[in-house]
Structure formats: structure tokens, C-alpha cells
Design a protein around this ligand. Structure first.
Ligand SMILES: [Zn+2]
Length: 305
């Protein structure tokens, strides 16, 4: 079922679990991700970054495809622009029917962050599209930004940011960073900071830059109060490494076969991530809300056969 991020994450807050927000930009990764959610009976969020859309996944093609694939499963699926920084990308994905939005003005000082985030919230809320904002700044793994505590979310700013912007979920900076960490590096997360922010609000909390953070850190972050776990780089690396391995094993492998197998590998990899978030089986919570939805109509039709 195609739904929005708020519907999914509010349930995660209520029942103390997190949902995988996975990066995906083509049919194989999107089907792999939704297939994993279906197999785990878990809600799932699909992330598309500005770069992915500009370089490959044009919204007029990708938005209808995601919607169609979402309607084929009974688990809740939402799609959002990840780190929306440019107004043209925000309006483009909004018009294309993305069910959710993230605006990232975290590189600006607090006041400017609030103003830019609020502008997106006003646009999106008019159409019932929920918005995530970012407070503190999740930087780049390659330069070990996650170690820079001056970039972490300041709990004393949280209330003001939430009240002034009206965002539906909040990305916090607490030790992780985007992209691939140097080999052998495992980030140290400030779980106390997560707990502190969690104790201040019922707004869903998002952990970005989770690729390569390690299973243990993910479990602990969810335990401390994270509700949305963003993973993109690690999914893409898993797919690439799998393709590389298969091509080494079988240099003349048919391209179609390689794509089919890569999707299957993507699915298995995402199932593991979903299990770490604690969202397996949680699709059950959403059945009642969607009893008149198209997906359930299909389920009823299947049952009548
Ligand atoms: Zn991010």
C-alpha cells in the first residue's frame, strides 16, 4: 500500500521501533527493498536523493513505478526526497506525487534553517505531505565529520525548531556521517543524546549516515529512541560487490541474469537491515487503517478465488 512517512513513523514512535529508509533509484533496488519489506511484513521508506534523480531516476518515471509496486504489496510503503536542498527538486518531487519530503537546511545557522524548513512545510502540509527537517548537521564519513561534536544536534534547540517549523520528523546528528567510512572505522554514537531528545518530544527521530555504522550501533540507536534508519551507501555497495563477484565467477554472465540476481541479493541484504530496526511484522498495525484501500480490495479479491 502506498502511504506517507508520518503514517508509518507515528506508529513506530508509539510502539518503540524503527523503520528502514533505504536508498533506491532503479527497478532492481526498489523491487529489492519493497520485496524485503513484504517478506518481513514491515513498513518501509524509499529514499531518493537529488543526485540520484538528476542523474538517473527521473521523477516522471520513478514515482509511478514506486506507487504501482507499493500497491502490489500489503505493507505500507512511502517515498521521500532525501536531503531536499534545492527548491526546484522539492517542487518537482512534490508535483510528481512523492508521498513525503525531507528538507535539509542544516548547513545554515538555526534561524535560516527554520525559515527554509518552514517554507517547505507550508507547501507540503497544504497537500497532506509530511516533512522531515534536520537539526545539527550530519556530515561526510570520508572526512570523519561524525567525530565533530560541534555539528551534533543541541537538545536546547530542539523544541524551538519543532515548534517553529512544524516538521513531522526530525533528523538528528549524533555521531554518524554520510557515505563510506574509512576501512575499519566504526563510528561512536552518542546514545545519551538520542535518549535526551527522545525524552523531549514524540516527533519521530531519524538517524542518517547509518551505512557502515554496524549492527550493534543500529540496535542500540533504535533502543535509545530512533524511529527511522537511513541506509543508502551500504545498499549500493552490497549490490555493486555482488555484481563484481558474480562477474568474476562468470565473466560471460547474461546481463538479464545479473540484474535478476542482484535484485535478489538487494532484497536479502535489506531484510537483514529491516530485522535490525525491529520493524519485522509491524505491517500488521496498519491493516485497519487501510481496510478501504486499494490493496485490501485486492486482498479480498484474492481471498474470493
Ligand atoms: Zn542523510
Amino acid at each position: 500500500m502506498y502511504t506517507d512517512m508520518k503514517t508509518i513513523l507515528d506508529d513506530a514512535v508509539k510502539h518503540h521501533y524503527a523503520v528502514l529508509a533505504g536508498g533506491a533509484f532503479n527497478m532492481e533496488t526498489i523491487r529489492g527493498l519493497i520485496g524485503a519489506a513484504d517478506a518481513e511484513q514491515a513498513p518501509v521508506l524509499i529514499l531518493l536523493g537529488q543526485n540520484m534523480i538528476r542523474r538517473h531516476a527521473h521523477t516522471e518515471i520513478i514515482a509511478p513505478m514506486i506507487r504501482e509496486l507499493a500497491e502490489e504489496t500489503n505493507v505500507p510503503v512511502a517515498v521521500l526526497l532525501d536531503h531536499g536542498r534545492d527548491w526546484d527538486m522539492i517542487t518537482q518531487t512534490f508535483r510528481a506525487g512523492f508521498s513525503s519530503m525531507m528538507v535539509d537546511a542544516s548547513a545554515y545557522p538555526m534561524e535560516e534553517n527554520i525559515a527554509r524548513t518552514k517554507k517547505v512545510v507550508e507547501l507540503c502540509h497544504a497537500q497532506g505531505v509530511p516533512v522531515e527537517g534536520e537539526l545539527g548537521h550530519v556530515g561526510a564519513a570520508a572526512t570523519l565529520d561524525g567525530c565533530d561534536e560541534s555539528m551534533y544536534t543541541r537538545p536546547e534547540e530542539v523544541r524551538e525548531f519543532l515548534e517553529a517549523t512544524g516538521v513531522d520528523s526530525l533528523a538528528i546528528a549524533c555521531g554518524t556521517a554520510h557515505g563510506k567510512y574509512p576501512d575499519g572505522f566504526v563510528p561512536t554514537l552518542n546514545f545519551e543524546l538520542i535518549r535526551k531528545v527522545r525524552s523531549m518530544t514524540e516527533v519521530p527521530l531519524a538517524l542518517h549516515g547509518t551505512s557502515g555504522a554496524g549492527d550493534d550501533n543500529i540496535r542500540k540507536a533504535v533502543g535509545a529512541g530512533i524511529n527511522k534508519v537511513n541506509v543508502a551507501t551500504e545498499i549500493f555497495c552490497a549490490c555493486r560487490d555482488f555484481m563484481k563477484r558474480r562477474m568474476e565467477e562468470e565473466p560471460e554472465i547474461e546481463y538479464l541474469q545479473l540484474c535478476v540476481e542482484t535484485e535478489q541479493h538487494c532484497k536479502e541484504f535489506c531484510r537483514h537491515l529491516i530485522r535490525l530496526t525491529g520493524s519485522s511484522g509491524k505491517a500488521e498495525h496498519f491493516k485497519r487503517q487501510y481496510r478501504f484501500g486499494r490493496s485490501v480490495d485486492r486482498a479480498l479479491l484474492d481471498g474470493a478465488e
